[in-house]
Design a protein around this ligand. Structure first.
Ligand code: FAD
Length: 422
């Protein structure tokens, strides 16, 4: 990280303060101005709350509800594992959204709706004209035979689990095995698991020679930046990563750190020193509870022009929980949030949504402690299919992992964090 970007980066982060849950803010709200309630204060939810206020000069009331007092970013969280960053450097409180943009922030767990009211677990309720859900992901433990879900160490929602994984890596015996499982796509952050395998291998090489990362991938091959990660596994981290594609996990005993799977028809069991299981993923529970996920599917069905549910009108879903096929990344969640905010403001003004929205995604992946690669793509609405589709000429990958990319990664993250939380 260069001096300027590190200074800026550190300015954005800092001590977390609890979200204010002032009783006056929770009073029943009047019919004007229009009321928007947002569930989830991650990359999608915080952005939509900010831009609804910013673009309407404050002439719309916005309440942001999150279960936690602050948001810990998954983006850059793999760098906590090798001690390059601390968790507090990627934790953002909601004070700026409240102070600078007038977003009302409420800490609470949303559990359901009742005739234009969002219900919270503690009995409070919030009136809305439009409801936006941005609850991220939930896990499908049953699909891989997990006996004890509470013990599963995924660190795929950043926070205490990230610290626990960092600790287990630190205390892992020399010569031990770090087993990492990758779920079938689609899942949160396509290159993320391969990036984690690289950073853990890099750490083991320096601190625990002779140890190994065993990657059990449910997908038939590396699904993002194939060239970069193949090179990283076979050359940069040669001897430290063992990659197994096409694996079907059948049983997990997280407490005992044991995993059973089949590979090429053969049943195998591994005992790991550290067992890092990324379970199959689906939309946040509230999207299922509100009937926004079609039967038998995993993600909310929405109209990509507005992110309004195709199943329940007046409710929008953005970020990882939506099912348009766009990648589940924080960068594109921020872009979806702006399309959604614009569509809702147009609807309040009696106008149709923008008929040609575009979004974009970018992921930087550290490959070692000082090199990184990147991946980027632009998506555009195709009126003939009604889908968001990748613009072929926009798709790009770093030709190789470099130190320059590693530096730029912090500038990119800096901008995204500021655009979302500041
Ligand atoms: C290791 C890792 C690396 C990554 N790297 C990148 C990267 O380089 N680039 C990139 O673009 N993306 C990256 N991602 C992906 C990115 O973090 C996610 O795509 C992004 O966080 C999704 O944003 P979201 O707003 O949909 O969900 P989240 O950011 O998960 O936010 C969801 C919020 O909703 C809240 N919530 C959920 N349910 C409720 C409820 N019922 N009531 C109240 N609150 C609720 C949660 O507390 C949470 O704060 C990475 C992810 C991981 C795990």
């Amino acid at each position: 990280m260069n001096t300027i970007s590190r200074r800026h980066f550190l300015k954005l982060v800092g001590a977390s303060t609890a979200m204010a849950a002032s009783p006056t803010l929770l009073k029943a709200q009047t019919a004007t101005p229009p009321q928007v309630v947002v569930v989830g204060g991650g990359f999608a939810g915080a952005t939509v709350a900010k831009y609804l206020r910013l673009w309407r000069n404050g002439d719309v009331a916005v309440t942001l509800v999150d279960a936690n007092p602050a948001h810990t970013s998954c983006i850059l969280s793999n760098l906590v594992l090798n001690n390059a960053l601390s968790l507090s450097q990627i934790t953002f409180n909601y004070a700026i959204l409240q102070q600078k943009y007038g977003v009302t922030t409420v800490q609470g767990q949303a559990t359901g709706i009742d005739g234009g009211k969002l219900l919270l677990e503690d009995g409070r309720s919030l009136d809305y004209d439009r409801l936006i859900l941005a609850p991220g992901i939930d896990f499908d433990f049953g699909k891989i035979g997990v006996q004890d879900p509470a013990n599963v160490l995924h660190a795929w929602k950043a926070g205490p689990q990230t610290t626990e994984l960092q600790q287990q890596l630190k205390t892992m015996p020399t010569g031990g095995t770090f087993v990492l499982t990758i779920p079938p796509a689609p899942y949160r952050c396509p290159p993320g698991p391969y990036e984690r395998a690289c950073l853990v291998a890099d750490y083991l090489k320096k601190h625990k020679p002779g140890s190994k990362v065993i990657v059990l991938d449910a997908n038939p091959k590396i699904i993002a930046e194939e060239h970069t990660f193949t090179k990283a596994f076979n050359e940069t981290h040669r001897g430290y990563v063992e990659y197994h594609p096409g694996v079907v996990i059948t049983a997990v005993n997280a407490g005992a750190r044991s995993i059973t799977y089949s590979e090429n028809g053969e049943q195998k069991t591994l005992l790991a020193s550290v067992l890092n299981v990324l379970p199959p993923q689906k939309a946040g529970a509230i999207a299922f509870d509100l009937g926004l996920v079609p039967t038998g599917q995993n993600w909310a069905s929405i109209n990509p022009l507005s992110y309004e549910s195709t199943l329940v009108s007046g409710i929008h879903v953005i970020g990882d929980s939506q099912g348009t096929g766009q990648p589940k990344s924080g960068h594109i969640a921020n872009a979806e949030a702006k399309v959604c905010a614009d569509a809702i403001l147009r609807a309040f003004a009696g106008e149709d949504p923008d008929p040609a929205p575009t979004t974009n995604s970018a992921c930087y992946s550290p490959i070692t402690a000082d090199t990184a690669s990147w991946l980027t793509a632009v998506f555009a609405y195709n009126p003939s299919t009604g889908a968001m589709e990748v613009v072929p000429e926009s798709f790009g990958e770093a030709p190789s992992a470099t130190q320059d990319n590693y530096e730029r990664m912090f500038d990119w993250a800096d901008n995204l964090f500021a655009d979302t939380f500041a």
